[in-house]
Design a binder for this molecule. Structure first.
Ligand code: NAD
Ligand code: NA
Length: 395
């Protein structure tokens, strides 16, 4: 069928298989162009199908020829109904990896469950023996506790005070004022339960217990800090509490892995257009201003540029892994540069529906958003009939 983007609020209901394949190919080409990374050889990526997780899988495979297992939660296609983008991305990734002679297998299911953890451990035992890098890159609004069966929902709310500021509908470019009521204590706890470090720890404990972690294993999860303007809804809001918990969990995991000399890190990444971040009020406006400034300064990066730099310059540079005072890896260094943030602040103060097209990079935002779903890529014929029923070879 001919597949067009169908927007519904902050999401797109369709995805383009060939566009997603093009996106994966572009990312592979980028990683190859940057040369070899002397890194991990057997890698598990949890949350491997889109965003930073997919970029981590591609960087591992095509930067260093690593065998990869990817875990994700995506909807498969049916006749007349497209899959979610992560499904098509993973199908394309496996195809490219296999063609390059690299091991690549995937598991589609709820990573929060005991069953998927066990299935993953069994696959590692069967095919790889052990892994030397575990990337934890889940972004989910819900989590079912595997022990109690209780379903928890995260919220994106400020803590303590009602928050009011500018926001933009990036589809129309229309700005407005948004107000969000503060959360209650239960909502903080629920958000920590979903997006904090508990599940990361459960993964590592189960894998260590099963003996599938190599001596000296590295594990990494991703966090965000961002600027002052987004603090009330992000870093000092409910999601920020979850990120605090995730960052604290890195220390606990390093402790847990002491006897096998393993280490856990959190990397603070740049704010980018992903399915998750588009749904957060205020963030799209910030990102569109940030993109404009970073592009003008030649500092702009997408997921793949971020993760390639993270692996090459931070994780596997041959030196000690550099961290900040809280033991976090900072690959948001260019975003947080003082000159960049000063300019964002100035633009934020004057931004309006009338001037946003000019002072912000709304076009770049929209392009990136379409790209998430496989639309808007050069080299793809979007008017051609496309087979939506694409299989992931290993599933
Ligand atoms: P994303 O939505 O692109 O990717 C999420 C991944 O998690 C997908 O592979 C999805 O299939 C998988 N997933 C979700 N629920 C699952 C489940 N129950 N079981 C198995 N897999 C599941 O998100 P992203 O933006 O790449 O975020 C990844 C991490 O990076 C998050 O911790 C996020 O907070 C962090 N981060 C994001 C940004 C940003 O601006 N987007 C910036 C810094 C850090
Ligand atoms: Na991801």
């Amino acid at each position: 069928m001919i597949i067009e983007p169908r927007m519904r609020g902050f999401i797109c209901l369709t995805a383009h298989p060939e566009g997603c394949a093009q996106s994966v190919k572009n990312q592979i080409e980028y990683v190859k162009s940057k040369g070899k990374i002397e890194g991990a050889k057997k890698v598990l990526v949890i949350g491997a199908s889109t965003g930073f997780g997919l970029a981590s899988r591609i960087t591992s495979a095509f930067g260093n020829g690593a065998a990869t297992i990817g875990v994700f939660f995506e909807k498969e296609p049916a006749e007349g109904k497209t899959a979610t983008p992560g499904w098509y991305n993973s199908a394309a990734f496996e195809k490219e990896a296999t063609a390059a002679g690299l091991y690549a297998k995937s598991i589609n299911g709820d990573a929060f469950s005991d069953e998927i953890k066990q299935q993953t451990i069994d696959l590692i035992k069967q095919d790889l023996g052990q892994v030397d890098l575990v990337i934890y890159s889940l972004a989910s609004p819900v989590r079912k506790d595997p022990k109690t069966g209780v379903l928890y929902r995260s919220v994106l709310k400020p803590i303590g005070n009602k928050f009011t500021d500018k926001t933009v509908d990036f589809h129309t470019g229309k700005m407005s004022e948004v107000s969000i009521e503060p959360c209650n204590e239960e909502e903080i706890a629920n958000t920590v339960k979903v997006m904090g470090g508990e599940d990361w720890m459960l993964w590592i404990e189960a894998m260590k217990e099963a003996g599938v972690l190599v001596d000296g294993v590295l594990t990494l999860a991703y966090s965000y800090i961002g600027p002052e303007v987004t603090e009330p809804v992000y870093r000092k809001g409910t999601i920020g509490r979850a990120k605090d918990h995730l960052e604290a969990t890195a220390f606990e995991i390093t402790d847990e892995l002491k006897d096998i000399q393993g280490r856990a890190y959190v990397s603070v990444n740049k704010g980018l257009v992903t399915q998750a971040s588009s749904a957060i009020p205020v963030i799209p406006l910030y990102i569109s201003l940030l993109y404009k400034i970073m592009k003008a300064k030649g500092l702009h990066e997408g997921c793949i540029e971020q993760i390639q730099r993270l692996f090459q310059d931070r994780l596997y540079s041959g030196n000690e892994i550099p961290t900040d005072e809280k033991h976090r890896i900072r690959i948001d260094d260019w975003e947080m540069r003082e000159d960049v943030q000063e300019e964002v602040k100035k633009l934020w103060a004057i931004a309006s529906t009338e001037n946003l097209q000019e002072i912000g990079d709304l076009a770049g935002y929209k392009q990136d958003f379409l790209n998430l779903f496989g639309f808007g890529f050069d080299g793809v014929d979007y008017l051609a009939d496309t087979n939506e029923v694409v299989r992931i070879p290993s599933i």
